[in-house]
Design a protein around this ligand. Structure first.
Ligand code: GLN
Length: 538
């Protein structure tokens, strides 16, 4: 077996410092050094997975090929490295206890008192070892902030892990905050000192400090942090704010972070080849044009809810040398004030995925507006379903057509549950999830984008296009250009005589990377950039 090296990343002071991005960027850097890297996320909450949490609570739920509903940080890991994430890359307290309690009931611990130490901590360590098998480096991010009660078992587990694996095989990186206080005119190191103190109290001495700041830290400040936190000055790094997240690996490299990690873990690698990332950042900063895309949804006040979507749109822009300006539109406002007010000056309209009936009429209005005014339209999952509802109501004349999710009594349930979904009693992990194959029809927007007939995309939904209406809708011009290989599930719909109108039942945003923009996003932004009606600037 390979001698895998481990990097544990903890966070201090407050959340939202970008721990996930830091973990992903370190992954990118080490991969560019020629190493085989994987990432893991340990989440202290008790939910078995975030699938049952509202996007308002937890941000986006990221879906993997193997159908796991995971933390959005796994999306960062996939965008920054080439390793595919899956069920085994995200562990929660809920999963740990579930497994330990199942073993206890089975009698695996007969005669013993089952305790946090060693049973819970062993379970966590086993997971860390198992997921890392076959990789040169495993980067393990611990969710939450040091000092939280619920993260203690995870921190205790990684403390033990380092003792077992040895210093040269496992290191601790702590991400902390060094704020600039305007009234004092200086940066403050006290929050970092306290955070490291809290970490050391539970037996973890960080090897590297990553300090999130507005500006680069002076050598004096680094020396002060080093002195109070018991680390070498050369182990204190600035994690400076950047305007493009894909710049983070480059900034870390310039600071020497990869060299330090490689030195501490006693590895031998070449210099990182960062041309691909430089190219992405260059294109991001020097677009030759810009477009305005309206995102019409209901989670618009929290951009974390559409994390992968926002990134995929940026990638589509990078592929077209185009800046993508997003105009988030609350679909409920469209219901009250009409489409014109919000959509008259945009180059393209996107309706993303979602659950629950709030704001859906506004989404249907947006799909209709795009269809009638020939504005490029991209409907993702719910956005596809709402485009179908508009078509049924306003082209086919099926009054009150709807998805049975929103109106169980609709006379025209053009979107409906399949029999197997009707039987579902438990909400957790019971949707159509993960990668499903799809056959693409030629002479379609989809085929033009993918350039191939067989594709695989990730799903997360309960409702489906109702085949009882297939003939009625297609006779009136709706095209079904993507279907499951057995012909039973409609996966992509399009309309003719339109610059670009496509709805897909899956979530293409989960598979887009800055270095490999997703073909549908590439084509959607291309169509938006050809549209001359919008004001582009938003
Ligand atoms: N609520 C819809 C369904 O369950 C759409 C889900 C989604 O957009 N991800 O089918």
């Amino acid at each position: 077996m390979k001698n895998t090296k481990f990097i544990f990343i903890t966070g201090g002071v407050l959340s939202s410092l970008g721990k996930g991005l830091a973990a992903a960027s370190i992954g990118a850097l080490l991969e560019c050094c020629g190493l085989k890297v994987t990432n893991q996320k340990l989440d202290p909450y008790i939910n078995v997975d975030p699938g049952t949490m509202s996007p308002f609570q937890h941000g986006e739920v990221f879906v993997t090929d193997d159908g796991a509903e995971t933390d959005l940080d796994l999306g960062h890991y996939e965008r920054f490295t080439s390793t595919s994430m899956g069920k085994c890359n995200n562990l929660t307290t809920g999963q740990v206890y579930y497994s330990v309690i199942t073993k206890e009931r089975r009698g695996d611990y007969l005669g013993k008192t089952v305790q946090v130490i060693p049973h819970i901590t062993n379970e966590i360590k086993d997971f860390i070892y198992k997921t890392a098998e076959g990789y040169d480096v495993s980067i393990v991010e611990i969710g939450g902030t040091v000092g939280d009660i619920e993260s203690l078992p995870f921190l205790e587990a990684i403390r033990q892990f380092r003792n077992e694996a040895g210093k040269q095989n496992a290191i601790f990186i702590h991400l902390t905050w060094v704020p600039f206080i305007k009234t004092a005119g200086e940066v403050k190191t006290k929050p970092t000192q306290h955070s490291v103190k809290a970490l050391r109290e539970i037996g973890i001495q960080p090897d590297i400090l990553l300090c999130r700041t507005e500006n680069f830290l002076s050598e004096d400040i680094k020396a002060k942090i080093a002195l109070f936190c018991n680390v070498e000055v050369s182990s204190v790094f600035t994690a400076k704010d950047v305007s493009c997240i894909y710049e983070v690996p480059l900034v870390f490299h310039r600071e020497g972070l990869d060299a330090k990690i490689i030195e501490l873990l006693n590895m031998w690698t070449g210099r990182p080849r960062l041309e691909e990332w430089e190219d992405v950042v260059n294109k991001f900063h020097n677009p030759s044009r810009q477009v305005c895309v309206a995102v019409v949804g209901k989670y618009i006040n929290l951009t974390d809810s559409y994390k992968s979507l926002n990134e995929a749109l940026v990638h589509g822009g990078i592929a077209n040398n185009c800046r993508v300006n997003l105009k988030f539109v609350d679909s409920e406002k469209i219901e009250i004030e009409g489409t014109d007010k919000y959509l008259a000056d945009v180059d393209a309209i996107l309706v993303p995925g979602g659950f629950g009936d709030r704001g859906i009429e506004g989404m249907i209005m947006a799909a209709r507006y795009a269809r009638e005014n020939k504005i490029p339209y991209f409907g993702i999952c719910l956005g596809m379903q709402m485009a179908v509802v508009d078509y049924a109501r306003n082209v086919c004349g099926f009054k009150d057509a709807n998805s049975s999710e929103f109106n169980a009594k609709t006379p025209y349930p053009v979107i409906d549950l399949l029999p197997e979904q009707r039987k579902v009693k438990e909400k957790g992990a019971s949707m159509r999830l993960g990668a499903w194959p799809c056959a693409v029809e030629s002479n379609s927007f989809a085929h033009e984008a993918y350039g191939q007939k067989e594709i695989s995309e990730r799903h997360r939904h309960r409702y489906e296009f109702n085949n009882e209406y297939k003939k009625k809708l297609t006779d009136k011009g709706l095209r079904i250009t993507g279907i499951s290989p057995d012909g039973s599930l409609a996966e992509i719909v399009e309309i003719k005589d339109h610059p670009w109108f496509l709805g897909c039942q899956f979530h293409p945003e989960f598979k887009s990377k800055p270095t490999k923009p997703h073909p549908l996003f590439k084509k959607f932004i291309e169509a938006a950039s050809k549209n001359t009606r919008g004001k582009s600037g938003c």
